[in-house]
Design a protein around this ligand. Structure first.
Ligand code: TTP
Ligand code: MG
Length: 447
């Protein structure tokens, strides 16, 4: 899921399309060591789930009359997704409304700027998966990774070999009981998601996160595909650009291109020492591993979101009145979500993006401040914190031109005696301490 229009990017730091954590997280296995470990230890079995036309499915559940018509979900002037009926008419994700209407004049549009229903359904899916096995990691709103190695091991001890459910990439026919059992579990989980929540989706079954994600969309919608190790290089070779590799984001791809690489095979063959000169030893090794389908990163149980945020982007905002109104609007829905969550936020952050022709992606600036305990849960619209933070960043005596505002509550802690509504999520093994953010500076709202 890429980011667009109203898509949140900072909730629980989970909507990170570039998988930055994946690039830096784990030590790199060279092909040699990975071969050794796969002989010594049983393989992991990792599932990746990606729901079909997610926002459109949620809208079709809310209004079943939309099921059999071509449906587009609109944010601003973009179709962020559309159902598969619309796709048959040539409508695609991220098409402009004008183009989509041209392709399919009967296209029915629903507004998708309010993410409430999508978010709620998204957490229901994660919650359902967690009820089968706690090792579930969210990626964006409609994707989840799951490490089912233990379930598979247990089942294999109890039963004889089993056959593959769904597709096997490249129709390979080699026996692999681990992955075959993984495909059975994936089919059961997809069935549970369908019978309990009414949602369909695709699954990928493989030995690591990278491969599971890459293989899951091979057959769409509502199908699943297993990748055997003998087909890893086929799958990697089928990717037509570096950007298709999860872990290689926009910026990384640009830097690789500047070094003369355009395809995955270019990266595979590129000298490690030169790559290390550009990215550092560990990231360079990591990149070279990704190119050949090696990924040792763990499925990190997501747990409850670390922060709640909301944002909106626009072409131009340049008056204090408009800014204040937008902040109030964003805060009112955020405060409601915060109340539903049940925890108490201790930090408030305001983020803006100034208009820039050159640096669209990195021109976000933010300031944060502690939320004084006497405000506590009473944090409401019209509170002065946002205003103060805004004036710390923007000199309003001069002209300004903003294109985005984001409000965020973080440092969420349980309120004594009031368990969080989402406390059913597995807690992180070692909760991260909120560090004072030196680059953004702590501001005392009382000063
Ligand atoms: P995707 O999984 O990319 O798309 P999808 O689930 O709609 O369709 P598919 O069947 O191909 O998986 O994204 C999940 C949701 O995220 C999607 O329904 C709408 C939203 N979204 C955005 O808000 N902005 C974007 O740029 C994209 C691509 C998706
Ligand atoms: Mg999807």
């Amino acid at each position: 899921t890429a980011c667009c229009a109203n898509m949140e990017i900072s909730e629980g730091e989970e909507d990170d399309t570039e998988w930055k954590s994946l690039v830096s997280r784990s030590p790199v296995a060279s092909s040699d060591t990975s071969n050794n470990t796969s002989l010594a230890a049983p393989q992991k079995v990792i599932l990746h789930f990606d729901l079909d036309c997610f926002y459109a499915q949620v809208e079709m559940i809310r209004n079943p009359a939309l099921r059999n018509v071509p449906l587009g979900v609109q944010q601003k002037y973009i179709i962020v997704t559309c159902n598969y009926v619309a796709r048959e008419h040539g409508v695609t994700k991220l098409m402009s409304v004008t183009d989509a209407k041209e392709k399919c004049p009967d296209l029915v549009l629903v507004k998708g700027e309010d993410l409430t229903h999508y978010r709620e359904m998204s957490y229901k899916v994660t919650e359902l998966l967690i009820s089968f096995c706690p090792l579930v990691e969210r990626l964006g709103f409609d994707e989840n990774f799951m490490d089912i190695s233990e379930i598979v091991e247990r089942r294999l001890q109890q039963s004889e070999t089993c056959s593959f459910k769904g597709h096997v990439y490249n129709n390979s026919s080699r026996l692999c009981p681990w992955l075959a059992m993984g495909s059975q579990v994936a089919a059961e989980l997809r069935e549970a998601i369908h019978s309990k929540l009414g949602l369909t989706g695709c699954a990928g079954i493989a030995t690591n996160k990278l491969l599971a994600k890459l293989v899951s969309g091979t057959f769409k919608p509502n199908q699943q595909t297993t990748l055997l190790s003998e087909d890893v290089s086929n799958l990697m070779g089928s990717l037509d650009s570096l950007r298709k590799v999860p872990g290689i984001g926009h910026q990384t791809a640009k830097r690789l291109q500047a070094l003369g690489m355009t395809s995955i095979i270019d990266l595979e063959l590129f000298p490690l020492d030169i790559l290390a000169g550009e990215f550092g030893e560990s990231s360079a090794r990591r990149l070279k591993s990704l190119a050949i389908g090696i990924d040792d990163s763990n499925v990190n149980p997501t747990g409850a979101p670390q922060s709640l945020s909301d944002e909106d982007s626009f072409k131009k905002m340049s008056s204090i009145k408009d800014v204040t109104e937008k902040i109030e609007e964003l805060l009112s829905s955020l405060v409601e979500r915060m109340h539903k969550d049940g925890r108490q936020p201790h930090t408030f952050r305001l983020t803006i993006r100034r208009y820039s022709t050159t640096n669209k992606w990195f021109s976000r600036e933010s300031r944060q401040c502690p939320i004084p305990s006497h405000i506590g849960q009473k944090i409401v619209v019209g509170n002065p914190l946002a205003n103060k933070l805004f004036h710390k960043m923007v000199d309003t005596s001069k002209a300004f031109h903003l294109t985005l505002i984001n409000v965020c509550f973080s440092n969420l802690r349980d309120r004594p005696g009031k368990p969080s509504l989402i406390s059913f999520f597995t807690p992180r093994p070692s909760p991260r301490k909120t560090k004072p953010c030196t680059s953004q500076g702590q501001v005392n709202p009382l000063l």
